[in-house]
Design a binder for this molecule. Sequence first.
Ligand SMILES: [Zn+2]
Length: 480
Amino acid sequence: MKNIVIMSFCLCILGCKKTNDKLDFETTSDFYEKLVETNDIAELNQFFTNMPKGGDIHHHYTGSIYAETYLDWVGDKNWRIDSCSLKIIKDVSETQGCTLLTADEVIKNTALYRQLLELWSDLDFANHDHSEPPPDLQFFNTFGYFGAVSDEYMNIGLNILKERAINENVSYIETMLSAVGVSSSDYFPQDNDFNTLLELVKTQEDVDEILKEIDKVYLNNTAFENEIDTFVDKIVKDHEGIDTDNFTMRFQSYGVRVLEPLQVYTDLLSAYIANTKTPLLVGVNIVAPENNYVALKNYTLHMQMYNYLKRQYPDVNRALHAGELTIGMVRPKNLLFHINQALDIAGAQRIGHGVDLPYENESYKLLSKLKNQAAIEINLTSNKFILGVEGREHPYLIYSNYGVPLVISTDDSGVSRNNLSNEYMLLATNYKPSYETIKEYVYNSIDYSFMDEKDKEKSIKVLNEQFEEFERKITTVLNK
Ligand SMILES: [Zn+2]
């Protein structure tokens, strides 16, 4: 009898808690819908800053650090800034007649400091008239300015990203960190035939044959192995102290698609092998402007490289930038197949951007394949700036209407000067998804992340608790 009383008491507590949670969810959902209806951007920003957002699983490490931080690092290194070009000068003897300034001297010169921030990021690009390069060039040029210092202080940089994430209730970061850094010219003579051969072949079988020949030089080569080990050791060291009970960080390595085929394969192969050496590396990507001449010319070849590597290293995850293109940016023929091939040939589990979907071959069929095989990483700020695609021109609604799994991400929050909360605000104001759908995207960012099952379980638990707390907080605030 006593047991039954205790049991029913416990059930009541659990039942009551469930009812309260449901009420909190409904109150939060109603509140969110009211904010969307009234287009209250400031309050939506506040709402999304407080809302747990799970993971940011598409962003680039170097593009996520702010220009101000990079300039601080130039100061720490005691390097100089060329007052004419505003580029980093490591060696003072490199000067070509222009004054070299310390980081402090730049900061004290308000006009020059502002000018530097405008070149090293997208700051003020669109809010006044000035002579300006095309937006995609502005964006990608920034990397040429801060590139010299971006790999210094990586542990500090990762901690900056962690702190920023925690401050806006993001509990998982999957960052595209860097290429492994192996140079094909250290292993192959300058006049090797591989670049020409790779660009000539068409079939997967022929590509496989050539890649096998390249593998003979790299695999079982101690110097190659050592370079990968050094890269992995640095990642392990830079990651020390990052993970906690409530926060997890993992990395992707990548190939750079604008380089010669042998170097692209070298980057991809070394990235795949590095992935097998540490659980901190969880995937391989391919980066750099997709509309670049070489990137367009060799697109299928790159997918075939992924296809080959997938068979050699089946456990390594694949996320690919694909379809970061739009009409007018490239010839129409280049809009037909990038997402298709990333899925069918490379076996992508996640597609970065996927903006050219409306122009792709068999796009309806492609949508049904995507629904079952891959998630799309949506980057609204980046697409608006680099591609000029926003609002109803963006295929977000097609993806969501067809039930393709979606995640929301920042891409390059340092260059674009955005954050994940802001991306959710843009999503809400542009497309008005329900609160339930917003939550689905947040959970997708963990479900479709590449962290291992144990870490996923931990992150889902954290997320459940955070949502409970968030919805309770909204309810309490509204009831005051
Ligand atoms: Zn990206």
